[in-house]
Design a protein around this ligand. Structure first.
Ligand code: GCU
Length: 732
């Protein structure tokens, strides 16, 4: 069941209102096609331009990636132009779409593209409007050095048509900023997905390798269309069985489907696998038997999957086994696996999300403390995979200090596409602005320079982005229409981390909903406002980890008990004096992990960005902030602004009645209704809890809470593995 009963009731109620809505000219939108809908170009002048510019397709298939490019063009052009485009062997007239590499297309080899192709590099592409055959015909050329670049170019061209861009003077050279653009699936072998909110795992292990679901190919198409070039199939909390022969043949079958689309397969390696499936008494990385076991395992994997990408490892974190179990370092563990993979060209992605069994003074400091001393110790085929922030995918965190601290070891930045802490499947939260924030942050490792852009600093060590996938076997892949935008944004940013959120949102809206400015403008505005809205109603002013325990859905600022650094009170430090975690030298001194001048900026109450105030400082309830308002007043204003923004999003969406197909219109309306209810839940539960410390009144006119603090505290969430929500909250 996708929408809870309250939302369903609201959806049904709205049906009457929508009876007269205009259905755009497209099949019912169930979300399956993602951003590859290829609806006919609505602007008639543009359609005529496209039909004149693309009258025949010249492309040599033969090889699987070229065949995939041809299939996509045939499908896409058919849909967009509303008529088939004939395929020819060589350019015969004006309006040729010429596609290929200098190696597989004599016509392309004859064009003056050498400089542009050099710029495009191994994965990039060139798209140009050019005369071909001695100037006789006007053509559009999609060229690349390798077939995969051709496929990326084809998807780019189709996107230009989908967004109704003019083709005249077309001149594009595009190359990805990062070599590694990966999805990380947290999928278990039993079909469940850790932190998955879109159904079960896509991987149907029981029926593989004999039967392959058609979705596997569509998954590969979707990824290739946004430049993703690798997928880690299994959960970081790993199961060693994936490395057994019975599973490796299944993995090989998936790799075969993904290969034409340029997608390499990776697996998570459980560090204790030599014991669990190898029959050894130890997994000590310095033990010769263990090393030999991993080397043989790597040989076996590469026999089955010659282009296997490598291993992702979560070790000595949250109870996972690792080298420290044998008093060895992270480098000892990573290097052992790296040595096993190196002869085959494989990589180890060793995660810096370490969370040891001892409670540290400040949990956010552990990664730098453990990894910085090892900076010179890793093999060249080891990357350290670092979450965007030092805690755990919160609505807002400062950038992870490790980005400025590792000057020799290459890094991967891990982002979470599945919104574990941001309303999961039901809240509309567009994540690109959050990712943009970290990708553009300055570490000052070598003077100013964005973390992700890596113009001049330690961030230049970043080799790729890894996104924790939000994909499951729901018909719409992601659990909601708008969650698809986050998958899309992740891929686009992994290709070009400096792409502005607004541009990503606009292209997604145009492709997914409509090019009509009456739709584009308001929906882009909603998307761009949505992340700050969630920060405001969940954890404003630098608060973090105030979610309910376990499932992380809904507020739980009172959570205490058990391991201290897994509780909300550990992070909020609310007391009668004030609120926030002192991470300056008078507190945990976590600021020391940032380089000057960032360290000083964060450490000072005068210069810390106010959006991170309570992350770094314990602030008195009555202390005045830059606005002139007290902390208490400012907090209240932020919670209310979060609720108000969601209400504005609702009104904005309601204004699209008739401009968006009725199915999606109602689905989104239902989700926004949930979000408004739950934004109030967050605001009221949080404000009442803070008030129990501040003892300050709510200003006159502040929207009254529907219930008492005790009522919010006693809410219990049923342990539903798919949708672990507090159903009781729908009662207000
Ligand atoms: C979070 C998440 C876990 C996950 C972990 C990780 O803590 O809640 O489910 O295993 O991150 O990234 O390893």
């Amino acid at each position: 069941m996708k929408i809870r009963w309250v939302a369903l009731a609201s959806v049904l109620a709205s049906c009457g209102l929508l009876a007269g809505a205009r259905e755009p000219n497209h099949a019912p939108e169930d979300g399956y096609e993602l951003w590859l809908r290829y609806a006919r170009v609505a602007d008639t002048a543009r359609l005529a331009e496209y039909r004149a510019a693309i009258r025949e397709l010249v492309l040599t298939p033969g090889e699987p990636t070229m065949q995939a490019a041809r299939d996509e063009l045939v499908l896409g052009l058919n849909g967009l132009l509303g008529r088939p485009v004939p395929v020819a062997d060589a350019p015969t007239r004006d309006g040729t779409l010429l596609v290929g590499t200098p190696a597989n297309s004599p016509a392309i080899a004859a064009l003056p593209l050498a400089a542009a192709l050099r710029e495009a590099g191994p994965e990039g592409f060139v798209i140009k409007a050019l005369p071909v055959r001695g100037g006789g015909h006007h053509a559009i050329v999609v060229a690349a050095n390798r077939n995969i670049g051709v496929l990326y170019g084809v998807f780019h061209l189709l996107r230009l048509l989908q967004t109704e861009e003019p083709l005249a003077g077309l001149d594009v050279v595009s190359a990805p900023r990062y070599g590694l653009r990966l999805l990380n699936h947290w999928d278990n072998l039993n079909g469940t997905v850790e932190r998955g909110y879109a159904g079960a795992s896509l991987w149907e292990w029981a029926s593989l390798p004999d039967s392959g679901h058609p979705r596997y190919r569509d998954y590969a198409r979707a990824n290739a269309s946004i430049g993703i070039n690798g997928t880690v199939l299994t959960n970081v909390n790993a199961n060693a069985l994936i490395l057994t022969p019975a599973y490796l043949v299944k993995v090989a079958a998936l790799a075969r489907v993904f290969r034409p689309y340029g997608i390499k397969v990776y697996l998570t390696a459980r560090f204790s696998a030599p014991i669990e499936i190898g029959g050894l008494p130890t997994a000590d990385p310095l033990d010769a038997r263990v090393r030999a076991w991993w080397a043989a395992k790597a040989d076996e994997i590469y026999r089955a999957i010659p282009d296997f990408g490598g291993f992702v490892v979560k070790a000595n974190s949250e109870g996972q086994p690792g080298p420290q179990d044998y008093h060895r370092s992270h480098a000892d563990g990573a290097n052992m696996l790296a040595d096993a993979l190196a002869p085959h060209g494989g990589m180890v992605m060793w995660r810096a999300f370490v969370y040891s069994s001892e409670v540290p003074t400040d949990r956010v400091m552990q990664a730098v403390d453990e990894f910085e001393p090892l900076d010179e110790a890793f093999r060249t085929n080891v990357l350290i995979q670092v979450k965007n922030g030092p805690l755990d995918f919160q609505p807002r965190e400062p950038f992870h200090p490790l980005f400025g601290r590792m000057s020799r070891t290459p890094l991967l930045m891990e982002l979470q596409i599945t919104k574990e802490y941001l309303g999961q499947d039901s809240h509309l939260v567009f994540l690109a602005p959050m990712w943009e924030e970290v990708l553009r942050a300055d570490t000052y490792a070598r003077g100013p320079g964005g973390v992700g852009g890596g113009s001049s600093d330690g961030a230049g060590r970043i080799r790729g982005l890894a996104g924790v996938a939000n994909v499951g076997n729901d018909r719409d892949w992601c659990g909601s229409d708008f969650n698809q935008a986050n998958w899309y944004a992740f891929g686009r940013l992994a290709w070009d981390p400096m792409l502005p959120s607004a541009a990503i949102a606009e292209s997604w809206v145009r492709i997914t909903f409509s090019n009509d400015p009456r739709v584009v403008r308001p929906v882009v505005a909603m998307m761009l406002a949505s992340r700050e809205a969630a920060v405001n109603y969940m954890t404003p002013l630098g608060l973090a980890h105030q979610m309910a325990r376990g499932h992380h859905y809904g507020p739980g600022p009172w959570v205490t008990g058990g391991r201290a650094d897994q509780t909300s009170v550990y992070f909020n430090r609310a007391d009668s004096i004030g609120l926030g975690f002192d991470r300056t030298p008078t507190g945990s001194n976590a600021v020391r992990q940032y380089l000057p001048p960032v360290r000083e900026r964060f450490a000072s109450r005068d210069s810390v960005p106010e959006v991170l105030l309570l992350w770094f400082h314990h602030v008195g309830w009555r202390e005045r902030l830059r606005s002139g308002r007290t902390l208490w007043e400012e907090l209240l204003a932020h919670y209310q602004a979060g609720v108000d923004t969601v209400r504005w999003m609702q009104r904005t969406w309601d204004g699209l009645d008739g401009l968006v197909d009725a199915g999606r219109f109602r689905r989104v309306q239902g989700f926004l209704r949930i979000q408004e209810t739950e934004a109030r839940w967050w605001r009221d539960a949080s404000v009442l809890y803070w008030q129990s410390f501040s003892h300050l009144p709510l200003p006159p006119g502040y929207e009254a809470s529907a219930h008492s603090l005790d009522w919010y505290r006693q809410l219990r969430c049923p342990p539903d593995p798919r949708k672990p929500r507090c159903d009781a909250v729908t009662g207000f």
